[in-house]
Write a protein that binds this ligand. Structure first.
Ligand code: TGC
Length: 386
């Protein structure tokens, strides 16, 4: 971090190795993402060509151990997520879907055969994965999913639909969650299996440099070995969502920081009534409020990351981080856009792009409302979900 916003020396809480990792991801984002993101966003393309570079940096499944994964800490993963999302939420989302959802489902719940078959290729970026939980009529309530897997001899046959599934149309493998006679189970589905189709959803006003898809499953026949043996019930997918939600805590602050720095630079250069905008008290109040929330947000992320590395992070604490940091980040990006005046509505500046992306980020992996209710339940002991 720099003194422009690290007002409380959060940097001093990081080790040399953590700072080095963060700086290497920041350099990658500055060189490979920032010069191109406006074009990718406008054209609504996910830049597949940068996947090998991300793999080379060890970003795919970076917090997983063995099977060709980098085995880095939760704090390292968080620092990387923040830097990637300072580039664009769509690029951080790719790393989250690949590492925290698809790879972590196989790593946590898979057989040795499944791990050996998929994880090394996924860590190298040779196989992209996706994670099919949400359905057209089951978003916040995944227990209402209709996708069903029935036994047919030793095989499984899957039928149903999934919606908002990141990267599905470019994925080689999909983790599909389905009802069975024994409750919700997970399946490792090669996307070339007959009956599997993935169609990008669009046009979108958010996450334009990313892909979200509808998936249709029509008599998708899988061998017995496709079942994730260790995932039984909704706990299976929720344990993966914890990983992705954790990354968002950091990522959202990366987008906020990038927006704040854009507004600060603009305010220092832009003259109105013969003085820089930054010299006006109203502008300084906005900048200070943004900087305070960014400092608090990163401190919260780091605290939760240290808990995670100590094996002590609880799901409701992840909700504290996701709810707070998404909520504050989107406010910061919108305020930054306002400080840029009319120029803020163009793709020449990042705040409105980040704010639009954060509309998705605050919605997926548990909406603001769901995380509020998880915390309401924690505080009162009364579940108010239904
Ligand atoms: P509930 O009865 O509370 O729980 C069922 C079982 O799951 C356990 N559990 C968890 N375990 C670990 N971590 C967590 N965070 C957990 N939350 C619940 C729970 O202990 C229980 O275990 P067991 O062993 O007793 O069976 O289930 P519920 O459905 O009533 O839970 C309520 C609620 C609202 C908290 C939950 O449904 C929820 O979190 N909803 C939000 C779902 C969500 O985040 N969906 C977004 C999915 S993102 C997506 O599909 C696209 S992936 C991203 C991309 O592709 O871009």
């Amino acid at each position: 971090m720099t003194e422009e916003f690290d007002l409380i020396s959060i940097d001093s809480l990081l080790s040399d190795e953590e700072r080095a990792l963060r700086d290497s991801v920041r350099s990658f984002v500055d060189a490979a993402i920032k010069p191109n993101i406006a074009g990718w966003y406008e054209d609504a393309v996910f830049p597949l060509e940068i996947v090998p570079e991300m793999a080379k940096l060890g970003l795919l499944g970076m917090h997983l151990t063995g099977y060709g994964c980098a085995g880095r800490s939760a704090v390292d993963y968080g620092l990387a997520a923040a830097e990637l999302e300072a580039g664009d939420s769509g690029l951080r989302t790719f790393v989250s879907v690949q590492g925290s959802l698809a790879m972590s489902a196989i790593h946590k719940h898979g057989s040795e055969e499944q791990k050996n078959q998929w994880l090394p290729a996924m860590a190298k970026g040779e196989a992209i994965g996706c994670f099919g939980l949400t359905e057209p009529t089951a978003g916040s309530d995944p227990g209402a999913m209709k996708t069903f897997a029935r036994r047919d001899g030793d095989d499984w046959v899957l039928n149903g639909s999934k919606r908002w599934i990141g990267l599905a149309s470019v994925a080689k493998v999909a983790i599909i969650w389905a009802q069975t006679e024994d409750g919700v189970r997970g399946f490792v589905v090669p996307t070339g299996t007959p009956g599997f189709t993935a169609t990008p959803i669009g046009p979108k006003l958010s996450m334009r440099a990313s892909i979200q898809c509808d998936i249709e499953l029509t008599d998708v026949r899988l061998p017995a070995s496709a079942l994730l043996p260790e995932a039984k019930g909704l706990r299976g997918p929720f344990e993966c969502l914890n990983e992705a939600r954790y990354g968002i805590i950091w990522g959202a602050m990366g987008a906020a920081r990038d927006s704040y720095l854009a507004a600060l630079a603009y305010a220092q250069e832009r003259l109105q009534f013969d003085k820089p905008l930054a010299g006006y008290q109203l502008t300084q109040a906005k900048l200070v409020n943004m900087a305070l929330e960014i400092n608090k947000g990163f401190l919260l992320a780091l605290h939760l990351g240290r808990l995670k590395d100590a094996g002590a992070l609880q799901p409701h604490q992840i909700s504290v981080g996701k709810l707070n940091n998404c909520r504050e980040a989107i406010k910061i990006c919108r305020d930054a856009r306002a400080m840029l005046g009319g120029n803020g509505i163009t793709l020449d500046y990042p705040p409105l792009r980040h704010a639009n992306n954060l509309e998705s980020v605050r919605t997926y992996e548990g909406t603001d409302e769901i995380h509020t209710l998880i915390l309401g339940n924690k505080i009162t002991g009364i579940p108010a979900f239904r």
